[in-house]
Design a protein around this ligand. Sequence first.
Ligand code: SAH
Length: 255
Amino acid sequence: MSGALYVIGTGPGNPEQMTPEARAAVDASTLFFGYAPYLDRLDLRPGQERHASDNREELARARAALDAALEGKTVCMVSGGDPGVFAMAAAVCEAIDADTARFGGVPLTIVPGISAMMAAAARLGAPLGNDFCAISLSDNLKPWNVIETRLRAAAGAGFAMAFYNPVSKARPWQLGKTFNILRETLPNSIPVVFARAVGRPDETIRTVPLSDAQPEMADMATCILIGNGYTRVIARDGQPDLVYTPRFVPEAGNG
Ligand code: SAH
Protein backbone atom coordinates (compact mmCIF):
# COMPACT_ATOMS: atom_id res chain seq x y z
CA MET A 1 0.00 0.00 0.00
CA SER A 2 1.35 3.42 -0.87
CA GLY A 3 1.45 5.95 1.95
CA ALA A 4 1.84 9.70 1.81
CA LEU A 5 3.47 12.52 3.73
CA TYR A 6 1.82 15.88 4.41
CA VAL A 7 3.93 18.68 5.84
CA ILE A 8 1.66 21.26 7.43
CA GLY A 9 1.86 24.44 9.51
CA THR A 10 -0.57 25.16 12.33
CA GLY A 11 -0.26 28.95 11.98
CA PRO A 12 1.08 30.99 14.89
CA GLY A 13 -1.24 29.54 17.54
CA ASN A 14 -4.74 30.91 17.05
CA PRO A 15 -6.81 27.93 15.79
CA GLU A 16 -8.62 30.22 13.35
CA GLN A 17 -5.30 30.85 11.64
CA MET A 18 -4.82 27.23 10.67
CA THR A 19 -5.96 26.80 7.08
CA PRO A 20 -8.79 24.45 5.99
CA GLU A 21 -6.23 22.71 3.75
CA ALA A 22 -4.02 21.95 6.78
CA ARG A 23 -7.07 20.68 8.72
CA ALA A 24 -7.98 18.39 5.83
CA ALA A 25 -4.43 16.96 5.88
CA VAL A 26 -4.78 16.33 9.63
CA ASP A 27 -8.11 14.58 9.06
CA ALA A 28 -6.60 12.35 6.39
CA SER A 29 -3.55 11.32 8.46
CA THR A 30 -3.12 8.58 11.03
CA LEU A 31 0.42 9.25 12.27
CA PHE A 32 1.74 12.64 13.42
CA PHE A 33 5.32 13.77 13.85
CA GLY A 34 6.47 17.06 15.33
CA TYR A 35 7.61 19.05 18.31
CA ALA A 36 5.18 18.31 21.19
CA PRO A 37 3.82 21.89 21.67
CA TYR A 38 2.81 21.96 17.99
CA LEU A 39 1.17 18.52 18.17
CA ASP A 40 -0.74 19.76 21.24
CA ARG A 41 -2.51 22.27 18.98
CA LEU A 42 -4.27 19.47 17.10
CA ASP A 43 -7.52 17.82 18.20
CA LEU A 44 -6.67 14.25 17.32
CA ARG A 45 -9.28 11.49 17.35
CA PRO A 46 -8.76 8.05 18.84
CA GLY A 47 -6.55 6.03 16.51
CA GLN A 48 -4.52 9.03 15.36
CA GLU A 49 -1.08 8.43 16.80
CA ARG A 50 1.51 11.03 17.95
CA HIS A 51 5.28 10.78 17.69
CA ALA A 52 6.50 13.86 19.53
CA SER A 53 10.19 14.62 19.39
CA ASP A 54 12.60 17.25 20.63
CA ASN A 55 13.16 20.50 18.80
CA ARG A 56 16.70 19.62 17.74
CA GLU A 57 16.00 16.29 16.09
CA GLU A 58 14.54 17.55 12.85
CA LEU A 59 16.44 15.38 10.38
CA ALA A 60 15.86 12.15 12.31
CA ARG A 61 12.18 13.13 12.62
CA ALA A 62 11.97 13.76 8.86
CA ARG A 63 13.51 10.36 8.08
CA ALA A 64 11.17 8.59 10.52
CA ALA A 65 8.15 10.25 8.90
CA LEU A 66 9.32 9.29 5.40
CA ASP A 67 9.95 5.70 6.56
CA ALA A 68 6.43 5.51 7.98
CA ALA A 69 5.03 6.76 4.67
CA LEU A 70 7.07 4.08 2.88
CA GLU A 71 5.41 1.50 5.14
CA GLY A 72 2.05 2.66 3.77
CA LYS A 73 0.94 5.10 6.49
CA THR A 74 -0.60 8.50 5.82
CA VAL A 75 1.72 10.70 7.83
CA CYS A 76 1.49 14.33 8.88
CA MET A 77 4.58 16.36 9.82
CA VAL A 78 3.54 19.33 11.93
CA SER A 79 5.29 22.70 12.16
CA GLY A 80 4.16 25.96 13.73
CA GLY A 81 3.42 28.88 11.43
CA ASP A 82 4.31 28.00 7.85
CA PRO A 83 6.20 24.71 7.36
CA GLY A 84 8.53 26.30 4.80
CA VAL A 85 9.74 29.14 7.06
CA PHE A 86 12.57 27.92 9.32
CA ALA A 87 10.68 24.67 9.82
CA MET A 88 10.15 21.07 8.79
CA ALA A 89 9.55 21.32 5.01
CA ALA A 90 13.25 21.99 4.41
CA ALA A 91 14.27 19.18 6.79
CA VAL A 92 12.04 16.75 4.86
CA CYS A 93 13.57 17.93 1.56
CA GLU A 94 17.08 17.48 3.06
CA ALA A 95 16.22 13.90 4.04
CA ILE A 96 14.92 13.15 0.53
CA ASP A 97 17.97 14.84 -1.03
CA ALA A 98 20.31 12.72 1.11
CA ASP A 99 18.62 9.45 0.11
CA THR A 100 16.61 9.98 -3.05
CA ALA A 101 16.80 6.30 -3.96
CA ARG A 102 14.91 5.46 -0.78
CA PHE A 103 12.61 8.45 -0.26
CA GLY A 104 12.21 9.98 -3.73
CA GLY A 105 9.01 8.06 -4.51
CA VAL A 106 7.07 9.09 -1.38
CA PRO A 107 4.05 11.23 -2.34
CA LEU A 108 4.74 14.53 -0.61
CA THR A 109 2.41 17.48 -0.09
CA ILE A 110 3.58 20.68 1.60
CA VAL A 111 0.63 22.69 2.89
CA PRO A 112 1.35 26.40 3.44
CA GLY A 113 0.46 28.18 6.66
CA ILE A 114 0.38 31.64 8.18
CA SER A 115 3.86 32.49 9.35
CA ALA A 116 4.53 34.40 12.60
CA MET A 117 5.73 37.50 10.75
CA MET A 118 2.44 37.75 8.85
CA ALA A 119 0.29 37.39 11.95
CA ALA A 120 2.52 39.89 13.79
CA ALA A 121 2.48 42.40 10.94
CA ALA A 122 -1.30 42.24 10.71
CA ARG A 123 -1.59 43.25 14.38
CA LEU A 124 0.39 46.44 13.75
CA GLY A 125 -0.77 47.66 10.35
CA ALA A 126 1.65 46.89 7.53
CA PRO A 127 5.25 47.07 8.77
CA LEU A 128 6.28 44.64 5.99
CA GLY A 129 4.30 46.60 3.38
CA ASN A 130 7.33 47.11 1.12
CA ASP A 131 10.34 44.88 0.39
CA PHE A 132 11.42 42.87 3.42
CA CYS A 133 13.45 39.83 4.40
CA ALA A 134 13.19 37.21 7.12
CA ILE A 135 16.29 36.20 9.05
CA SER A 136 16.63 33.50 11.69
CA LEU A 137 19.04 34.76 14.34
CA SER A 138 19.84 31.20 15.39
CA ASP A 139 23.44 30.22 14.75
CA ASN A 140 22.77 26.54 15.47
CA LEU A 141 22.75 25.66 11.77
CA LYS A 142 24.75 28.51 10.23
CA PRO A 143 27.83 30.43 11.39
CA TRP A 144 27.26 33.74 13.20
CA ASN A 145 29.41 35.65 10.69
CA VAL A 146 26.94 34.71 7.92
CA ILE A 147 24.14 36.22 10.00
CA GLU A 148 26.14 39.42 10.51
CA THR A 149 26.84 39.68 6.77
CA ARG A 150 23.15 39.25 5.96
CA LEU A 151 22.06 41.78 8.61
CA ARG A 152 24.44 44.43 7.24
CA ALA A 153 23.40 43.72 3.65
CA ALA A 154 19.69 43.87 4.49
CA ALA A 155 20.08 47.09 6.49
CA GLY A 156 22.21 48.63 3.73
CA ALA A 157 19.68 47.72 1.05
CA GLY A 158 16.74 49.25 2.90
CA PHE A 159 14.83 46.07 3.64
CA ALA A 160 12.36 45.92 6.49
CA MET A 161 13.16 42.74 8.45
CA ALA A 162 11.52 39.98 10.41
CA PHE A 163 13.69 38.13 12.93
CA TYR A 164 12.85 34.59 13.97
CA ASN A 165 14.51 32.61 16.80
CA PRO A 166 15.78 35.85 18.38
CA VAL A 167 17.15 34.38 21.64
CA SER A 168 17.51 31.18 23.59
CA LYS A 169 19.37 30.03 26.70
CA ALA A 170 22.19 28.76 24.48
CA ARG A 171 22.32 32.04 22.49
CA PRO A 172 22.38 34.84 25.07
CA TRP A 173 24.37 37.62 23.31
CA GLN A 174 23.33 37.42 19.66
CA LEU A 175 20.30 39.70 19.82
CA GLY A 176 22.18 42.52 21.57
CA LYS A 177 24.88 42.25 18.91
CA THR A 178 22.17 42.34 16.22
CA PHE A 179 20.75 45.63 17.53
CA ASN A 180 24.27 47.12 17.70
CA ILE A 181 24.93 46.15 14.07
CA LEU A 182 21.66 47.77 12.96
CA ARG A 183 22.48 50.94 14.96
CA GLU A 184 25.70 51.30 12.94
CA THR A 185 23.70 52.31 9.85
CA LEU A 186 19.99 52.69 10.59
CA PRO A 187 18.36 55.78 12.12
CA ASN A 188 17.67 55.51 15.85
CA SER A 189 14.01 56.27 15.29
CA ILE A 190 13.26 53.15 13.19
CA PRO A 191 10.46 51.20 14.90
CA VAL A 192 11.26 47.81 16.34
CA VAL A 193 8.25 45.61 17.12
CA PHE A 194 8.48 42.81 19.67
CA ALA A 195 5.52 40.57 18.85
CA ARG A 196 5.30 37.76 21.39
CA ALA A 197 3.00 34.70 21.28
CA VAL A 198 0.89 36.29 18.56
CA GLY A 199 -2.57 34.75 18.35
CA ARG A 200 -2.25 33.03 21.73
CA PRO A 201 -3.89 34.06 25.01
CA ASP A 202 -0.58 35.44 26.35
CA GLU A 203 0.11 37.63 23.29
CA THR A 204 2.04 40.86 23.92
CA ILE A 205 3.10 43.46 21.37
CA ARG A 206 5.46 46.30 22.07
CA THR A 207 6.96 48.86 19.68
CA VAL A 208 10.05 50.92 20.57
CA PRO A 209 12.53 53.01 18.56
CA LEU A 210 15.74 51.18 17.60
CA SER A 211 17.64 53.30 20.14
CA ASP A 212 15.59 51.74 22.98
CA ALA A 213 15.49 48.14 21.73
CA GLN A 214 16.90 45.74 24.34
CA PRO A 215 17.50 41.99 24.05
CA GLU A 216 15.50 41.42 27.27
CA MET A 217 12.38 42.51 25.39
CA ALA A 218 12.38 39.23 23.43
CA ASP A 219 12.19 35.54 24.21
CA MET A 220 11.89 32.39 22.10
CA ALA A 221 8.22 33.05 21.38
CA THR A 222 8.93 36.52 19.95
CA CYS A 223 9.06 37.55 16.31
CA ILE A 224 10.81 40.92 15.90
CA LEU A 225 9.87 43.24 13.05
CA ILE A 226 12.19 46.12 12.09
CA GLY A 227 11.02 48.87 9.79
CA ASN A 228 13.04 50.56 7.09
CA GLY A 229 13.82 54.29 6.92
CA TYR A 230 10.32 55.05 5.61
CA THR A 231 8.34 53.06 8.19
CA ARG A 232 5.88 55.27 10.07
CA VAL A 233 4.20 55.05 13.47
CA ILE A 234 0.79 56.74 13.44
CA ALA A 235 -0.75 57.69 16.79
CA ARG A 236 -4.55 57.45 16.65
CA ASP A 237 -7.31 58.67 18.91
CA GLY A 238 -8.61 55.78 21.02
CA GLN A 239 -6.98 53.22 18.75
CA PRO A 240 -3.60 51.50 18.97
CA ASP A 241 -0.70 53.01 17.05
CA LEU A 242 -0.42 51.95 13.42
CA VAL A 243 3.01 50.86 12.18
CA TYR A 244 3.34 50.69 8.42
CA THR A 245 5.88 50.84 5.63
CA PRO A 246 4.57 52.69 2.58
CA ARG A 247 4.43 50.96 -0.79
CA PHE A 248 6.50 53.68 -2.43
CA VAL A 249 10.20 54.52 -2.21
CA PRO A 250 11.28 57.95 -3.45
CA GLU A 251 13.71 58.13 -6.38
CA ALA A 252 17.27 57.16 -5.28
CA GLY A 253 16.13 56.29 -1.75
CA ASN A 254 17.06 53.06 -0.05
CA GLY A 255 15.43 53.51 3.33
N1 SAH B 1 7.60 28.04 10.93
C1 SAH B 1 7.40 29.08 11.92
C2 SAH B 1 8.70 29.60 12.48
C3 SAH B 1 9.48 28.57 13.27
S1 SAH B 1 10.94 29.23 13.98
C4 SAH B 1 6.57 30.22 11.29
O1 SAH B 1 6.41 30.24 10.07
O2 SAH B 1 6.09 31.07 12.04
C5 SAH B 1 10.36 29.63 15.63
C6 SAH B 1 10.27 31.13 15.79
O3 SAH B 1 9.08 31.60 15.17
C7 SAH B 1 10.17 31.64 17.22
O4 SAH B 1 11.44 31.73 17.84
C8 SAH B 1 9.55 33.01 17.00
O5 SAH B 1 10.55 33.90 16.51
C9 SAH B 1 8.60 32.74 15.84
N2 SAH B 1 7.22 32.48 16.27
C10 SAH B 1 6.54 31.32 16.13
N3 SAH B 1 5.27 31.46 16.59
C11 SAH B 1 5.15 32.75 17.00
C12 SAH B 1 4.07 33.51 17.57
N4 SAH B 1 2.86 32.99 17.79
N5 SAH B 1 4.32 34.81 17.88
C13 SAH B 1 5.53 35.36 17.65
N6 SAH B 1 6.58 34.68 17.12
C14 SAH B 1 6.39 33.40 16.81
